[in-house]
Design a protein around this ligand. Structure first.
Ligand code: PRE
Length: 273
């Protein structure tokens, strides 16, 4: 099996893939962005991708939600939670106050925001395409820069660990999803992720009418999140997770009824937990 992930080697995404039985013996394929990892599956360059979807401190990973919502050629087939602990890494031993720039993926910059304000108040925060990309960049630089990333990235790229466990909350964890081509076999699903939007979304009670299709049938929602619809300011698409597979009649009927209120409903996946 070929598994695409946000690379280069040494990211949390790679750590999640390496920890998964699902990827045992798999060839891991680093990609430049989360969207590229998902697209690799759609194009048949990879069999599956593992991508971060939600963090306990920073919330949803917007690029994952938006890419999944836009594509009907892939589906979520599994989920996985990874405890996430961050390391501050530089090319050489620096005092925290000397650090002029901290580079990382936007998610870890947010997950460590309080720590950074307290320990590196003068540092400029710069976004990178991934944590490992940031560690690779600072490890190769003479400037007084540091990156937030994994211990493995520090080892791979020859960085020096300046601090560890710098996340703002002790139980920091990220939920990843495994993505496969649409129609892939999922076994016994226990959870369903959907996205819906529009028709009548500016009339009073539209969202309540949508959600009541689940409530009336006793279908529990474990998450709701809105993201911009993009083309129209002030209009949104809503991502919800149900704690039932779509093989459960109540869940299937609720989703079918939801279609009556919406311009679009897309099932992002129905999968085991
Ligand atoms: O940059 C990485 O190492 C990633 O795998 C991305 C990512 C994310 O986007 O949330 C994955 C897990 C952590 O929450 C931090 C970063």
């Amino acid at each position: 099996m070929r598994v695409a992930y946000l690379g280069p080697a040494g990211t949390f995404s790679e750590e999640a893939a390496r920890a998964a039985d699902r990827a045992a013996g798999a060839e891991l394929m680093p990609e430049t962005t989360i969207a590229d990892a998902i697209e690799a599956v759609a194009l048949g360059h990879a069999d599956e991708a593992i991508v971060p979807i939600e963090n306990s401190i920073e919330g949803s990973v917007a690029q994952t939600l938006d890419t999944l919502a836009d594509r009907s050629d892939v589906t979520i087939v599994a989920e996985q939670v990874l405890p996430v602990s961050h390391f501050l890494v530089a090319a050489r031993d620096l005092a925290e106050r000397e650090i002029e720039r901290v580079v990382s993926h936007p998610q870890p910059l947010g997950q460590c925001a309080h720590w950074l304000r307290a320990h590196t108040p003068a540092a400029e925060l710069v976004a990178a395409s991934s944590t490992a990309d940031a560690v690779r960049e600072v490890a190769a630089s003479d400037a007084p820069w540091a990156a937030i990333g994994t211990r493995r990235a520090a080892e791979l790229y020859g960085g020096t660990v300046l601090a560890e466990g710098i996340e703002d909350e002790a139980g920091n964890a990220t939920r990843f999803v495994w993505v496969a081509p649409a129609g892939a076999d999922v076994g016994s699903p226990a959870k369903t992720s959907i996205v819906f939007w529009g028709a009548g979304d500016d009339t009073p009670g539209w969202l309540v009418r949508c959600l009541s299709e689940f409530a009336f049938r006793g279908v529990n929602l474990t998450k709701i999140e809105s993201r911009p619809l993009r083309g129209r300011l002030g209009h949104y698409r809503f991502f919800v997770d149900l704690d039932l597979g779509l093989d459960a009649p109540d869940a299937a009927e609720a989703v079918a009824a939801l279609r009556g209120h919406c311009e679009g409903v897309r099932v992002l996946g129905t999968y085991p937990t």
